[in-house]
Design a protein around this ligand. Structure first.
Ligand SMILES: CC(C)(COP(=O)(O)OP(=O)(O)OC[C@H]1O[C@@H](n2cnc3c(N)ncnc32)[C@H](O)[C@@H]1O)[C@@H](O)C(=O)NCCC(=O)NCCS
Ligand SMILES: Nc1ncnc2c1ncn2[C@@H]1O[C@H](COP(=O)(O)OP(=O)(O)OP(=O)(O)O)[C@@H](O)[C@H]1O
Length: 282
């Protein structure tokens, strides 16, 4: 069954842990099936990546489904950060085993995993708070004070440039998802009412224009980050997906990112999280 059909067949707001896990994986696959995302892997090409393609990302998304289900179930049982971290670490290990060591979804496991846990918790206790707020309230302090890998690309970029990275985003309740991407996604559905891929591109460009993505900092330093943000801002300023010829302009930006070896993996993760949250928030 194709992804769009599976997406439609999932019921409404109160999904159980298994359905939440499937939804998270589906959001990762929808993100992959979006072209042209600047520098990123899609079903059309591998962007600025030599070690992964759409097939590998989809296999990785499938491997992760049971871990997302476990995170949702753990959230429903009131788990603390130590338990979530153990499931997250096991998911990263399974991902690396399935991809022969390629980092396909490290950032996505972290962000979507925490959102799955929050959704499980919210369903279990029946409260009406946003998933981002629940992540921040329940696990925010532990996220910030937890163990940091000193040698990871993100940690090095964070030290050098003072960027909060995936941890900062999660601990503060995913402001890039709620304050930026979700409003952009809803506005884009009015600009391009029958084209969900266009809606995802507009949302992705909105994220790239604003997020301090540690992947961009790692690959291109502050100059790379600035180039990426300025390119995405210019796309939006000229009407984004609401203007004629937008696909060609977005493809030009994609090729300019590839030529500079830039890839906004953090924005790709946040796009998948936005699709997840859009499906679950009223
Ligand atoms: C926090 C993580 C991502 C560590 O990674 P790292 O030190 O490399 O951090 P960093 O934030 O730079 O980036 C990791 C990835 O996040 C994404 N990312 C980059 N910038 C951002 C950003 N501004 N906002 C959100 N995501 C971003 C990218 O995909 C990037 O590759 C994570 O792997 C981790 O700590 N895992 C331990 C398990 C855990 O605690 N899991 C929680 C439950 S799932
Ligand atoms: N479609 C996508 N294309 C590329 N990256 C993506 C995509 N979707 C999500 N990502 C995120 O980007 C991250 C991988 O980025 P990248 O390969 O640039 O980082 P790296 O392995 O730290 O470093 P590098 O490849 O520069 O040596 C993953 O953690 C993943 O969550």
């Amino acid at each position: 069954m194709n992804i769009a059909l599976r997406w439609q067949s999932l019921p409404g707001l109160a999904l159980d842990a298994e359905q939440l896990g499937h939804l998270a994986s589906l959001c990762l696959k929808l993100e992959v099936e979006t072209y042209p995302k600047p520098g990123l892997v899609s079903h059309v090409d591998n962007g600025a990546h030599r070690d992964m393609d759409a097939g590998l990302l989809c296999r990785s998304a499938n491997i992760l489904t049971p871990f997302f289900c476990d995170l949702a179930a753990a959230g429903a049982e009131g788990a603390g950060m130590n338990r979530l971290r153990a499931i997250g670490v096991a998911a990263e290990r399974a991902m690396l085993a399935a991809t022969s060591g390629v980092n396909t979804h490290r950032g996505a496991i972290f962000g979507l995993g925490l959102l799955c846990a929050a959704a499980g918790y919210r369903n279990a206790v029946g409260i009406r708070k946003s998933l981002g707020r629940l992540v921040s309230e329940r696990w925010g302090e532990d996220i910030l004070s937890g163990p940091v890998s000193l040698r990871s690309h993100g940690a090095v970029a964070a030290r050098r440039y003072g960027a909060g990275g995936a941890r900062g985003e999660a601990a503060h309740g995913f402001p890039s998802v709620y304050d930026l991407a979700l409003p952009a996604l809803h506005a884009a559905r009015k600009l391009a009412p029958h084209d969900e891929e266009a809606v995802r591109i507009q949302t992705c460009m909105t994220l790239i224009a604003d997020v301090n993505d540690t992947n961009l900092l790692h690959r291109g330093g502050s100059e790379g980050l600035h180039f990426a943000q300025a390119s995405a801002s210019a796309f939006l300023a000229t009407g984004g997906v609401g203007s004629p010829g937008w696909r060609r302009r977005a493809a030009d930006i994609h090729h300019a990112f590839v030529a500079r070896n830039l890839s906004p993996g953090g924005s790709a993760d946040l796009l998948a999280m936005t699709l997840f949250v859009d499906r679950l928030e009223v």
